[in-house]
Design a protein around this ligand. Structure first.
Ligand SMILES: Cc1cc2nc3c(=O)[nH]c(=O)nc-3n(C[C@H](O)[C@H](O)[C@H](O)COP(=O)(O)OP(=O)(O)OC[C@H]3O[C@@H](n4cnc5c(N)ncnc54)[C@H](O)[C@@H]3O)c2cc1C
Length: 301
């Protein structure tokens, strides 16, 4: 089998890995067939070793953060899925600067900032992302996004050189970044925050979390907002106005609580979700003349 070379490398370097790993275990949608090999490097060096061997053996690689914006095919992913989640160090570089490895959860960075009396990241509390995935998507909520708090980031280029980009070089826009275009792998991110009051920061984080719990169907697996925000309106409002709350295909359903979320009511397949997305798009196009663009990333065989 093609991925034998990666299994052998992992044995040699003691990198945690598994074969035929179900992706449903690693995505917030709890959907997705098996990846041929799933690897968990603990450092940039191990990551680079994996990428080198994969390249030599023409094995396709997919970089996985928290899997909270992904819809993985029922037939899985060919080649290697490399999880960043074992690279999760967070350090205070100086009084208002934090460095976090790509696999650190955004929530841990928010808590770390709060504990050090640093304000600016409160908006991100509750986005179930890894730091790398959040920068890749320029994740945002409640008036903030990553472009407002990130100062620079380190990434591995296609020829496995480690480079550092400042924010201006990242082309950060609405749910997009340069990393979508250049396939670089983010390994760490530096945040520049402001000194603030711990109590106030904490209160703001709790307020934001309470808003999320009230408005989002967090009790069901999903990948967050299914669609990007169209120009001048909200996808959820359009879907709701078209009377689509509760519309379902198999185990996939438009949430009754928040029409912008497609949820997995139990045993939903990737095909169910794709069919439901297709229906929503067609109805919204017909009734409101708007082309909805999917925010959730569909990958796999
Ligand atoms: C309940 C819920 C609420 C959500 N709320 C929000 C919200 O308020 N705002 C918002 O913006 N999003 C939200 N999301 C969506 C999701 O959390 C974000 O898109 C997040 O940024 C994805 O991060 P991740 O680590 O899960 O990335 P993944 O889903 O694992 O990957 C997403 C993409 O990033 C790439 N990627 C991941 N890590 C790296 C890396 N280190 N280097 C290069 N590429 C990488 C992957 O290859 C993939 O293409 C929500 C999702 C859920 C389930």
């Amino acid at each position: 089998m093609k991925v034998d070379s990666l299994a052998a490398l992992s044995e040699k370097l003691k990198i945690k890995y598994s074969l035929n790993e179900p992706m449903a275990l690693h995505t917030s949608f709890k959907i997705g067939g098996a990846a041929d090999i799933f690897l968990c490097p603990e450092s940039e060096k191990q990551l680079a070793e994996i990428l080198k061997v994969a390249k030599e053996n023409s094995i396709p690689c997919f970089i996985l953060g928290k899997g909270s914006n992904l819809l993985v095919s029922d037939s899985g992913i060919e080649g290697a899925v490399i999880s960043t989640l074992s690279m999760q160090q967070i350090i205070l570089v100086n009084e208002d600067v934090i460095m976090a490895e790509a696999g650190a959860s955004l929530a841990s960075v928010c808590r770390f900032a709060r504990d050090n009396g640093l304000t600016g990241l409160e908006f991100a509390y509750g986005i179930p992302a890894s730091v790398g995935g959040a920068l890749y998507m320029n994740a945002g909520a409640y008036g903030g996004d990553m472009s407002m708090v990130v100062k620079k980031a380190t990434s591995l280029t296609g020829d496995l050189t480690s480079i550092c980009r400042n924010t201006a070089e990242m082309n950060l826009g609405y749910r997009k970044s340069i990393y979508e275009e250049n396939s670089e792998i983010i390994t760490s991110v530096v945040f520049k925050l402001e000194l603030g009051d711990k109590e106030k920061i904490s209160e703001e984080m709790e307020t934001i979390m309470a808003k999320r719990k009230k408005s989002q169907p967090l009790e069901f697996p999903s990948a967050g907002s299914t669609f990007k925000r169209p120009e001048g309106c909200y996808a959820a409002a359009l879907i709701d106005e078209c009377g689509l709350k509760g519309l379902s295909v198999g185990g996939a359903e438009v949430s009754q609580k928040h029409a912008g979320f497609v949820i997995n009511k139990g045993r939903a397949t990737c095909s169910d979700v794709l069919a439901l997305i297709g229906k929503i798009k067609a109805i919204v196009k017909e009734k409101r003349s708007v082309n909805l663009e999917t925010e959730v990333i569909h990958i796999g065989r």
